[in-house]
Design a protein around this ligand. Structure first.
Ligand SMILES: CCCCCCCCCCCCCCCC(=O)SCCNC(=O)CCNC(=O)[C@H](O)C(C)(C)COP(=O)(O)OP(=O)(O)OC[C@H]1O[C@@H](n2cnc3c(N)ncnc32)[C@H](O)[C@@H]1OP(=O)(O)O
Length: 197
């Protein structure tokens, strides 16, 4: 079977420059929302994806497939693998560009089965920007950063205003989340001040 690849990005783009306040290479990216199925630590059966900023416009994420993620016996469900990529790609866009954006289109290429117990190492790169459109892609390597590619993905994220989340989501939960982020930011600033007043 041949896999026909369309040109990527599909439109002319500007290079995606990281935001001046983007976390530097080596930074472990925290959970952006405890109830997020992709990364949240309050979701027992979630993916618990963890990410670290890499060199250039890259982020390295990983998650371990558990019995809660099965489609066929002993194998990861393709939809959950797509979810892992949505999370890894979205986290890359949000953290490196620091612009609120949502997935407009996500395409996945499933190349090898992903067994329960295996760990997927997802390497994501920013491919370019055209106005509000951000193009990003990733490869998921099986069981090691340089393991065989099991899944690849390409996505278009579209920059939105914060009202996207307040109008369509749960404003009270958003306020709680914003307050928690503010508290964490103040604690970080306090720690930095104590180390380097
Ligand atoms: C800030 C600091 C952060 C700090 C750190 C945060 C970390 C943060 C980690 C998050 C990690 C979670 C990652 C999960 C991310 C989700 O899963 S988000 C949830 C899933 N996605 C959604 O629910 C989106 C639902 N869709 C929509 O709301 C609307 O369709 C959209 C996507 C906002 C676009 O609507 P719109 O704003 O009216 O814009 P529209 O003119 O239709 O489209 C804009 C452009 O995109 C193009 N476009 C839109 N959709 C498509 C498509 N499917 N195909 C091709 N082109 C398209 C249009 O053609 C248009 O192109 P141009 O005309 O500009 O050339």
């Amino acid at each position: 079977m041949s896999r026909v690849s369309q040109p990527w990005p599909p439109v002319p783009v500007e290079p995606a420059e990281a935001h001046p306040k983007a976390p530097p290479a080596g930074t472990e990216l925290g959970v952006h929302f405890g109830e997020c199925f992709g990364c949240g630590d309050e979701v027992e059966s979630g993916l618990h994806l963890r990410s670290r900023v890499g060199e250039g416009q890259t982020v390295h994420s990983k998650f371990t497939v558990t019995a809660a993620h099965q489609g066929a016996p002993g194998l990861a469900h393709g939809g959950l693998l797509a979810c892992a990529f949505d999370e890894a790609l979205g986290s890359t866009v949000g953290n490196l560009l620091r612009r609120p954006a949502v997935t407009g289109k996500l395409e996945t290429d499933f190349r090898r089965p992903v067994p329960v117990g295996s760990t997927l190492y997802i390497a994501t790169r920013l491919d370019g920007i055209a106005g509000r459109k951000i193009y990003v892609s990733a490869d998921g390597h099986l069981d090691a950063e340089d393991g065989p590619i099991a899944v690849s993905a390409r996505a278009l994220f579209v920059v939105v205003g914060f009202e996207h989340f307040s109008n369509h989501g749960d404003p009270q939960a958003l306020e709680k989340l914003a307050a928690a982020h503010e508290k964490a930011k103040r604690a970080r600033e306090q720690r930095e001040w104590e180390i380097n007043p």
